[in-house]
Design a protein around this ligand. Structure first.
Ligand code: ZN
Length: 365
């Protein structure tokens, strides 16, 4: 299996980079113009029609002309049935590959080299400590991005083949509302503190929404961002703690499709909708892959209703599960996690999709 990590570096604002992005965008728009007008979706044809023209009109080197053409081609294809012509933004994210960029080290110093309108520019970078563990990964590609606050970032995508270790250790992870996560290794992640914090955010947001002034809206946006970062932080911590305890083997997760519909009482709907279960699952997945742990996802049907001891249907009263057939009783979420751990027959498994992580950690510019 392949583990992917993204190293995000803040670059000092540099006019050459900005001008390169601008010309890259010009080039992509030119390709879109041609493709859109004559309705061609052939990469070869688009190349023949635009390449020399763009080389004459811009200072972009060949690799970046081709890279911008590829980006334009993808947009054209995606917008095939759209009524209006797509337009690329002024400072378009540049996609670099191994021919147009490099990331190398020399005696613990790291250097980036990027192709620009002024040729290759090489400069030293400082790698934040949180990324050191990925420095032995293979360098794949990089994106040069100008964000909304007009800061320049280089996102370097690194990958490494990970060998899944064979082990009989199977751990079920049940996600829910009273406990964000419960594992069959008896790890409980209670949500009460987090719920309190989220309620505070909810009241504050409702107050600001009612106010409706310009400054209130601005503050609302800021608070929403703060809440999102808080949840991401919570999910990182929970996933890290789960992976550290599992160490090796297989983690069984529920297929989340439909979680918002199932097992919802009206009172719980707010929590269910405001929770970022998908993010938590994604974090568990990518951290597992990096640690050589296998992930499988199963249909969660009945995992909370069946007794993990005898397999009969039991009953749930608040957070407690009781089985009238064998008399077994325990925490309902723990019962569900035990069931998930047992739930590994291939027919029920849905292959896990591993989504690359997105770490945010900035260097000092
Ligand atoms: Zn039972």
């Amino acid at each position: 299996m392949k583990a992917i990590a993204t190293i995000k570096l803040k670059l000092p604002n540099n006019n050459v980079f900005l001008e390169t992005m601008k010309q890259y965008s010009y080039s992509a728009n030119k390709v879109i113009d041609f493709g859109w007008n004559i309705k061609t979706y052939s990469k070869r044809e688009l190349h023949d029609l635009t390449y020399h023209k763009i080389r004459e009109e811009t200072q972009l080197p060949a690799q970046l002309v081709c890279s911008s053409r590829d980006r334009a081609f993808e947009v054209l294809k995606a917008c095939k049935f759209q009524k209006s012509k797509p337009i690329m933004k002024e400072y378009l994210t540049i996609r670099y590959d191994s021919r147009s960029f490099s990331f190398r080290s020399n005696k613990n110093n790291y250097y980036i080299s990027l192709t620009t309108i002024n040729g290759r520019i090489k400069f030293p970078v400082e790698i934040p400590e949180c990324y050191w563990k990925y420095l032995d990964y293979k360098v794949c590609s990089a994106d040069l991005i100008l964000d909304k606050k007009e800061r320049l970032f280089l996102n370097i995508v690194m990958s490494r083949s990970i060998k899944i270790l064979n082990s009989n250790n199977i751990v079920g992870v049940d996600l829910g509302i009273n406990n964000i996560a419960v594992t069959s290794q008896k790890q409980f992640f209670n949500s009460s503190q987090i719920k309190l914090k989220k309620l505070k955010f909810k009241h504050l947001k409702a107050k600001l929404q009612a106010k409706g002034t310009k400054s209130a809206k601005k503050l609302l946006k800021k608070i929403s961002g703060r809440e999102k970062r808080f949840m991401t932080w919570v999910n990182h911590n929970i996933s890290k703690s789960i992976i550290n305890k599992v160490e090796e083997g297989t983690i069984v997760l529920e297929e989340l499709k439909g979680i918002r519909k199932s097992k919802v009482r009206k009172k719980q709907r707010f929590w269910l909708h405001s929770w970022s279960f998908y993010q938590l699952q994604r974090f568990i997945e990518y951290k597992a892959v990096r640690g050589g742990i296998k992930i499988i996802k199963v249909n969660p049907r009945n995992t909370s209703k069946i007794c993990n001891s005898c397999g009969n249907l039991g009953s749930r009263c608040k957070s407690f599960f009781t089985c009238s057939h064998c008399g077994y009783s325990l925490n309902a979420d723990l019962n569900a996690s035990f069931n998930l751990a047992k739930h590994t027959s291939i027919s029920d498994c849905v292959s896990a999709e591993v989504i690359p992580p997105f770490l945010t950690c900035d260097t000092k510019a």
